[in-house]
Design a protein around this ligand. Structure first.
Ligand SMILES: Cc1cc2nc3c(=O)[nH]c(=O)nc-3n(C[C@H](O)[C@H](O)[C@H](O)COP(=O)(O)OP(=O)(O)OC[C@H]3O[C@@H](n4cnc5c(N)ncnc54)[C@H](O)[C@@H]3O)c2cc1C
Length: 388
């Protein structure tokens, strides 16, 4: 079976690897650099911390374990870190929300423990316990992924099984007659035929589907992460403090994220003002003992359009009404990429639909009217930004 995958972000890389493993003749086409779009800017938190309803939680929780299986298959695990995640609440409302979340996750069999904030330094001595912290929770199965490393390893493994990567040229058009897609036309004029085209183009899904006369109900929102200079901190645990998320990165760097920062992105130039970077680092320093705000600086500012299907749930499956077309897009793609890649490849090669993917079929995002009904920050357990 000849399959064309459009996009080499985490979803495209994952499904390419799984299809190659099942003997498909796969060509993956990436208009930029593999892993250079949303996947590069991701905070990359592996979690099912606030994913509802329960079938959505189950998909995310299963995917965390699936990444560990892939690490064994690839014989590489440098990209996978699962030392756990700490959440801290401050004030009555946040405390109640965190308590309810821990209780719900516990009842669903997901590892979650409430703690007194004063116990946090026993978990990680770099955590500074501040006045006003009212409750902490530890999620020992969570962690993060170094995404560029993972995408590199997935694509290398796929190539070693015969997959072909074409990078630096985009797909301009899906070729078909409205009833069946038979291949793609590239921006450089080449045409490639295939039995199936998988659209894993992140925020690029809209223009591609438009070439088949379909409008897709997804939104793209700019999001930002800041990576510090090396040697910033010895923090080992991932931390969600009020208003800010912090995690370790290579060389003693930290990756820092706040939804508030997203509102300061200049949408025309894709830049973040220096003052906002400084604010982030100062807030981080107030929650981590060994950050010296005078010395640490923002080394890398990553800004990307984050794909959001309109109801907040993933979109995975064959496109109703157009044969030969399969789509995958979602907002927590780093967490879900492992399970979605495997299940998609299984249903593509066996034609047996996956029960786990059944609630997430594409039909519901065929555009009727654009009315977003979910809060993207809530689903990632982030505090909503103050302004917008
Ligand atoms: C700031 C931020 C924080 C995030 N935090 C988390 C988190 O903590 N946990 C989590 O699980 N997720 C998080 N996410 C979301 C996650 O990163 C995305 O869901 C995931 O990266 C999406 O992967 P993708 O492969 O669908 O898209 P992308 O990574 O965007 O990849 C799509 C690829 O398709 C290519 N492409 C597009 N159009 C074409 C075309 N016409 N032809 C060829 N190639 C094309 C693009 O160049 C791109 O490389 C975050 C995202 C952001 C931006």
């Amino acid at each position: 079976m000849k399959v064309i995958v459009i996009g080499a972000g985490i979803l495209g890389a994952s499904v390419t690897y799984q299809l190659a493993k099942r003997g498909c003749d796969v060509t993956v086409i990436e208009k930029g650099i593999p892993g250079g779009a949303a996947s590069a800017a991701s905070f990359a938190w592996l979690n099912s911390n606030n994913k509802q309803p329960q079938h959505y939680h189950n998909l995310n929780a299963a995917s965390i374990n699936e990444w560990a299986i892939i690490a064994r298959e690839l014989r590489s695990s440098a990209w996978l870190r699962r030392e756990g995640n700490v959440h801290v609440a401050s004030g009555e409302a946040e405390t109640k929300t965190l308590e309810e979340r821990v209780d719900r996750l516990h009842s669903w069999g997901y590892a979650a423990v409430k703690m007194a904030p004063s116990e946090l330094p026993r978990l990680d001595p770099m955590i500074r316990v501040r006045d006003g912290y009212s409750l902490a929770a530890f999620f020992p199965g969570e962690g993060f992924i170094t995404v560029p490393l993972l995408i590199h390893d997935l694509l290398n493994a796929a190539k070693s099984m015969g997959a072909l990567l074409l990078e630096g040229t985009g797909v301009a058009e899906l070729i078909g007659d409205g009833g069946r897609v038979t291949g793609v036309a590239l921006e450089d004029g080449r045409r490639i035929a295939g039995d199936l085209v998988v659209v894993a183009a992140g925020a690029g899904i809209g223009p591609l589907m438009a070439t088949q006369g379909v409008s897709v109900n997804t939104e793209g929102k700019l999001g930002v992460t800041v990576t510090t200079s090396p040697g910033a901190s010895g923090l080992t645990t991932m931390l969600h403090l009020p208003g800010i998320s912090i995690r370790p990165d290579t060389g003693g760097r930290l990756v820092v994220r706040s939804p508030e920062s997203d509102t300061h992105i200049d949408p025309d130039n894709w830049t973040l003002p220096d003052a906002e970077v400084r604010r982030l680092l100062e807030v981080a320093a107030s929650g981590v003992t060994d950050i010296d705000p005078e010395r640490v600086r923002g080394e890398r500012i990553c800004i990307a359009v984050r794909p959001y299907p309109i109801d907040g749930l993933p979109v995975v499956g064959a496109w109703d009404g157009i044969d030969g077309l399969y789509v995958m897009t979602m907002h927590s793609g780093v967490t879900q990429g492992a399970i979605v890649g495997r299940l998609a490849a299984e249903e593509i090669t066996t034609e047996n639909p996956s029960d786990l993917l059944a609630p997430f079929r594409p039909k519901r995002v065929i555009d009727t009217n654009k009315d977003s009904s979910f809060d993207p920050h809530a689903i990632e357990g982030e505090s909503a930004p103050v302004s917008s």
